[in-house]
Design a binder for this molecule. Structure first.
Ligand code: GLN
Length: 232
């Protein structure tokens, strides 16, 4: 094989996007835009993940987009994807990012679940409240505060314009492995609400960075994928 082809293959990042309820294109476009901004000499290839055969070790990263967590988790169960996905996520060379419903599905504990519970991936030491801001509050936009853990990777502004759609929040971290990446200061409450976290190779955001022009969260994810891909 000519060496330039080898270089190109080594230089490509393969990102799976769970394709149950839309947002595939938005995430794909944001990833490509982030890559352009970072002037990375790598290709980014995105793949739809819809059945267990799509969950392969050739993928470097995975995005679990928003939607309705009950629908997504039932889809995963019916298609026998819970175990393969959980195994894939637990390999530290793989980086997973859940947005909104994705944050709910990744959590070990959930408040306000539907009766009978929802099958979960159970991989993050977080307690997540499904509709933290209330069912009636369909959506809102607000500035979130970025922590040093985030700005050390993506230097710049300390705030980010978050789009929240029936959003969850992390009400409790269940182990010191969980690092807070962003909080939201709710005027009515004294405490800041945790709206983004990471635990080793897993990232979760309560808001939807694929719906804004600011691609810093996609840059953060790409950087993490690049780092973890080369771990022994
Ligand atoms: N609160 C929703 C749920 O329970 C998530 C909403 C979203 O992903 N935009 O699934």
């Amino acid at each position: 094989m000519p060496s330039n082809v080898e270089t190109k293959e080594e230089g490509s990042l393969k990102i799976g996007i769970l394709e149950v309820q839309g947002a595939f294109l938005e995430h794909k476009n944001a990833l490509l835009k982030a890559k352009e901004k970072m002037k990375l000499p790598v290709q980014i290839e995105t793949y739809e993940v819809r059945n267990p055969s799509h969950v392969t070790s050739s993928l470097d990263g995975m995005i679990i987009p928003g939607g309705e967590s009950t629908t997504i988790s039932l889809f995963l169960k019916r298609n026998n994807m819970i175990e393969p996905l959980r195994d894939w996520i637990q390999n530290r060379r793989h980086v997973t990012w859940g947005t909104c419903a994705g944050m709910i599905i990744l959590a070990k504990q959930n408040e306000n679940q539907k009766i009978g519970g929802q099958p979960m991936l159970d991989v993050m030491d977080t307690d997540v409240s499904r509709n933290y801001f209330g069912r009636q509050v369909h959506s809102f936009e607000a500035e979130v505060n970025l922590s040093d853990s985030f700005t050390q990777v993506c230097p710049g502004d300390k705030t980010y314009h978050g789009v929240f759609i029936r959003a969850p929040a992390v009400v409790q971290t269940l182990s010191p492995k969980v690092e807070v990446l962003a909080t939201f200061t709710q005027k009515e409450k004294a405490e800041d609400v945790i709206v983004a976290v990471q635990q080793e190779n897993i990232i979760a955001t309560a808001f939807h960075p694929e719906l804004t022009e600011d691609v810093r969260w996609h840059q953060f994810f790409i950087k993490r994928v690049l780092t973890n891909k080369t771990l022994p």
